[in-house]
Write a protein that binds this ligand. Structure first.
Ligand SMILES: Cc1cc2nc3c(=O)[nH]c(=O)nc-3n(C[C@H](O)[C@H](O)[C@H](O)COP(=O)(O)OP(=O)(O)OC[C@H]3O[C@@H](n4cnc5c(N)ncnc54)[C@H](O)[C@@H]3O)c2cc1C
Length: 506
């Protein structure tokens, strides 16, 4: 109540962008703790309160829904000074002007799935949630999508036309975050990554102007947005290619521990698959380990374009004795609808590195990981998973041949991205789990370096906060991105005032 009263004193009727004298420095209580009200945040929250959308303050009705319930990783629950939910791209642009004038720290949330504190939420600053920018327009072979949508929304909008877009593999991942960092889908081997399938971005820049970015307009920024994350502006609309695919052929398979060596071999073969006329197919391949029963099990969620069932591209997996195997032919919407990743699942730490496919070495990494999990088995709520993603040669060729490219600059050579996804329950274990995950990742990567198998590529979607994915991009691409950032964000709105996410640095 006290906090709201304070905002009321700040001259909410004034629509001017001039700095406002503010009472600052007071500790403001929230459900998660408290923050100190800064001059910048108070100024921005006051000015944003003039918009029809208004702002949500810590004592407001939807504050917890926006700052906690909208996030996947419990670690990302923070306490902003206020939450602004713009209703239009113009409001996004105006908010950016306000952040500059007020010198206010801010965070931006799309689908809320990036999993580390500060990547998409903020203590004491302004949180801009994009959920109201949820327009969708389906065209003949494209779809225009607001950043407030999930991939399930996109697949749902396309289902009546029998088409799919290249996006997220699970239901509730947000469109904007995934598309801006690259985007692993099932069909990368034929159609490239989500970023390679964006034909136009509407962008609000740090100075409050709005531009349309495509191959003919701001072509430099068009390239930089393909994998360059949140370093250049806020995307208020994505226009994506779509593909004719009324149905997909799916397979869900699970294996017990004895099948894991063959499972790793099948993952490596999937990475190496390089056909002249590829069939689009890909998967989520992961191993979970139960620290109580000491049982490990592997699982495959495989999807292939078309209606041939069982899907031919997973023959190597289908040859492994399975504990369960279900094949189906269905729409992408129906498939994605079964794969939820509920918000607030647990505290979670991602860590990952990449390697050339080598089944024996990959299997040995898994075994070291499993032994290491036993060392932290007393961590409450421990939920350890060893995940693999594949980059098949065809995935790189799309960017190599489309005249645009992307910031990754990957070669048409197979890679395995191996990752630990570690969930746990209590904040008191944060430092322990984070240190464990980092040290183990570095140890396994060192083995690959020694064997000549290591790659420097790090995908932002699988990385931990301790990792710098830009170090794995070609150095000249990073220099070019910094030049582009300097030209589109000369005042450093996305580097000085917005620190969360994977930042290019100085
Ligand atoms: C359970 C789970 C499953 C996943 N599955 C996949 C997968 O199948 N494929 C894959 O590639 N990745 C996957 N990921 C990783 C995922 O792509 C990233 O976490 C991604 O950032 C999520 O997007 P979001 O919009 O939900 O994220 P958010 O956390 O909302 O945003 C991520 C970052 O982008 C910024 N941002 C958001 N919207 C905008 C915008 N409009 N303009 C500028 N910046 C913006 C945010 O500030 C933040 O820094 C998965 C992650 C999880 C947790």
């Amino acid at each position: 109540m006290k906090y709201f009263a304070k905002f009321s004193l700040l001259g909410l009727a004034s629509a001017s962008l001039s700095p406002t004298p503010i009472l600052t420095g007071t500790s403001v209580p929230t459900s998660l703790g408290s923050f100190n009200l800064t001059r910048g945040a108070a100024c921005a929250c006051q000015k944003l309160s003039h918009y029809s959308s208004g702002v949500i303050l810590p004592n407001g009705t939807n504050y917890t829904a926006e700052t906690v319930d909208s996030y996947w990783d419990v670690r990302t629950d923070l306490s902003p000074a206020c939450v602004f939910l713009p209703a239009t791209p113009n409001e996004v642009a105006h908010a950016l002007e306000i952040f500059d004038v007020c010198n206010a720290q801010f965070a931006v949330r799309g689908g809320g799935h990036m999993c580390y504190p500060g990547s998409n939420n903020i203590d004491g600053g302004v949180l801009m949630g994009l959920s109201r920018l949820n327009n969708v327009k389906v065209n003949d072979d494209t779809i225009e999508v607001g950043p407030g949508l999930t991939w399930y929304d996109v697949y749902s909008a396309l289902e009546p036309r029998g088409r799919v877009a290249i996006g997220g593999r699970l239901k509730t991942i947000g469109v904007p975050g995934l598309t801006l960092i690259g985007g692993f889908h099932y069909f990368n081997n034929k159609y490239g990554y989500a970023m390679d399938n964006v034909i136009s971005y509407n962008v609000a820049l740090g100075n409050g102007t709005q531009i349309t970015v495509n191959k003919d307009s701001h072509a430099d920024l068009f390239w930089a947005l393909k994998g360059g994350a949140n370093n250049f502006g806020i995307v208020t609309k994505f226009t994506l290619k779509t593909y004719d695919m009324p149905n997909v052929s799916t397979t869900i398979q699970t294996y017990n521990e004895s099948g894991i060596p063959d499972f790793m071999a099948a993952v490596c073969n999937a990475a190496k698959l390089d056909e002249e006329n590829p069939i689009a197919a890909g998967m989520v391949a992961s191993i979970s380990y139960n620290v109580t029963t000491k049982a490990a099990s592997a699982s495959l969620l495989g999807v292939q374009e078309g209606s041939d069932s069982p899907p031919s591209q997973f023959a190597n997996f289908s040859a492994i004795p399975a504990t369960s195997r279900t094949n189906n032919v269905q729409t992408m919407k129906k498939w994605a609808g079964t794969l939820d990743s509920p918000k607030q699942m647990f505290r979670v730490m991602y860590s990952h590195k990449s390697m050339k496919p080598d089944p024996d070495v990959l299997y040995s990494l898994y075994k070291i990981w499993k032994d290491a999990v036993n060392e932290i088995s007393d961590v409450e709520g421990l939920y350890p998973t060893f995940v693999t993603n594949v980059h098949a040669p065809g995935s790189a060729r799309v960017a190599q041949n489309n005249g645009i490219g992307n910031v990754w600059g990957l070669e048409a050579e197979p890679l395995i991205l191996w990752q630990f996804s570690t969930g746990w329950a209590l904040a008191q274990d944060d430092i322990r789990v984070q240190a464990w995950s980092r040290q183990l990742t570095e140890r396994l990567h060192a083995i690959n370096i020694e064997k000549g198998l290591a790659s420097d590529f790090v995908y932002m979607g699988d990385a931990g906060e301790w990792q710098d994915p830009f170090l794995g991009f070609p150095a000249e691409n990073v220099v070019r991105m910094r030049d582009i950032r300097a030209s589109y964000d000369p005042r450093g709105i996305f580097s000085r005032l917005n620190w969360g996410g994977f930042k290019l640095g100085v």
